[in-house]
Design a protein around this ligand. Sequence first.
Ligand code: ZN
Length: 71
Amino acid sequence: MRRCLRCDEEMIEDLDVKVEGKAYGLKVTQEGIFKDSLGKLKCAVCLKCGYTETYVKNLSKIRSLMINKNN
Ligand SMILES: [Zn+2]
C-alpha cells in the first residue's frame, strides 16, 4: 500500500499514465536504447490532496541492469 508523501493518506495505485489524446502509455528506457522498455510507468493518486506519483511495478528488468553494472 502506498501512502501520500504530503499528507500520509492511502493512495489509489495501479493507474495508467497516458499521453492525452492518445492511447499510448509511458515506459522507462535506458539512454540510447529506445526500443527496450525497462518497465511501464504506473501512477498512484492521493484522494485527499491530488498528489500523484509515478512508479514502475515490475522491477525485474531494471534490477537486472544493476546486476550487469556490478559485474
Ligand atoms: Zn495527499
